[in-house]
Design a protein around this ligand. Structure first.
Ligand SMILES: Cc1cc2nc3c(=O)[nH]c(=O)nc-3n(C[C@H](O)[C@H](O)[C@H](O)COP(=O)(O)OP(=O)(O)OC[C@H]3O[C@@H](n4cnc5c(N)ncnc54)[C@H](O)[C@@H]3O)c2cc1C
Length: 302
């Protein structure tokens, strides 16, 4: 029996799909198909899907909103599990707000605002999920999840058991966390905030989102900043200085509005974006001696 057949037998079949285009699940809107795709609604379903993949010896990949993901044009072999809307409960208790991995950072920030809790305003415009956000230690405007994270519930991919970890154990650093070492999935996270004023929190979020709209090419598909910030510098500034604004490969372009973003101007393939990433890295290195490192996570087959 194929993994697909096993999953539709064991799990709600309407959330299991075969040959699912990853362009539907990435903000770049590119990428080939996942052999099998599933969106669990709880940790039990997630565990069941992972167990089936392990029994079948099939590789698996966990994703959130795909807003920091570049899937190659050949797609992803094995099982892709998306923790999204069906795994996104949020609750607040005192100054602590907890959310399942599939909750978006936007909804999390809004829930904090509704509960008059300050500390997550920076996250309101980041289009990822709590799980993907923790994986990347997402941040903006001098804030990052590491400033407010109180801990998380993880699943160990070896044993499929759950365990609670402290913020220290998550080893959150600049765009990194223990989740990047492999072997763990984030199921839930909690954030310790401070009492604030609802209107002021709302105003701060509106202001940051206005700055985002002014500076970033939000009308085009992208994965946000393509490259990490190099020590003591800015990727966008180095790219602009190298004269690369507007440089294109196929439908992929270095944004004219913000050189730190590679955008899909329409019809780009993952191959176009990857070629443009290589070109930008080579030219910036030639001009400034800095080798840019992609922030975007690249996965799948050519
Ligand atoms: C327009 C735009 C603006 C952006 N602005 C910002 C910004 O200001 N700051 C910023 O930091 N980022 C920004 N990003 C990038 C992106 O939103 C963040 O990196 C976000 O944290 C990614 O979350 P995601 O759910 O989309 O993760 P995905 O892209 O789905 O996945 C990213 C990585 O996390 C892993 N992962 C996802 N969920 C889990 C989980 N539950 N457990 C374990 N691993 C998991 C995946 O395997 C993958 O390797 C922006 C992106 C866009 C498109």
């Amino acid at each position: 029996m194929s993994l697909y057949e096993t999953l539709i037998n064991r799990l709600p079949g309407e959330r299991v799909r075969r040959d699912e285009p990853m362009s539907r699940h990435t903000s770049f809107k590119v990428g080939g198909c996942a052999d099998v795709y599933f969106e669990p609604a709880n940790a039990g379903e997630l565990k069941c899907a992972l167990r089936a993949a392990k029994e079948a010896g099939t590789p698996f990949t966990v994703i959130g909103n795909g807003s920091n993901l570049l899937v190659r044009d050949g797609g992803i072999r094995g099982l892709v599990i998306r923790l999204g809307d069906s795994f996104s409960a949020i609750s607040a208790e005192g100054c602590v707000i907890s959310a399942q991995a599939g909750a978006t950072l936007g909804r999390l920030a809004l829930a904090a605002q509704e509960n008059a809790l300050t500390g997550l305003e920076f996250a309101s415009g980041i289009p990822g999920t709590v799980g993907g956000g923790l994986f990347m230690n997402a941040g903006a405007y001098d804030g990052s999840l590491s400033d407010v994270c109180a801990g998380a519930k993880l699943m160990d991919l070896g044993t499929l058991e759950q365990r609670d970890v402290t913020a220290e154990e998550l080893k959150l650093g600049y765009r990194t966390s223990v989740l990047q070492y492999g072997g763990l999935i984030c199921l839930e996270a909690s954030f310790r905030l401070a009492q604030g004023d609802r209107d002021q929190i709302r105003a701060k979020m509106d202001e940051l989102n206005r700055r985002r709209r002014d500076k970033q090419p939000l009308s085009y598909p992208s994965a946000g900043s393509t490259f990490k910030r190099p020590e003591g510098n800015f990727a966008g500034a180095l790219i602009e200085k190298a004269g690369l604004k507007g440089l294109s490969v196929g439908g992929a372009q270095v944004s004219e509005k913000h050189a730190g973003f590679i955008i899909n101007t329409g019809g780009a393939t993952a191959g176009d974006i990857l070629k443009l990433i290589d070109l930008v890295r080579a030219r910036v290195y030639e001009m400034s001696g800095v080798m840019l490192e992609p922030e975007v996570r690249i996965t799948g087959e050519d």
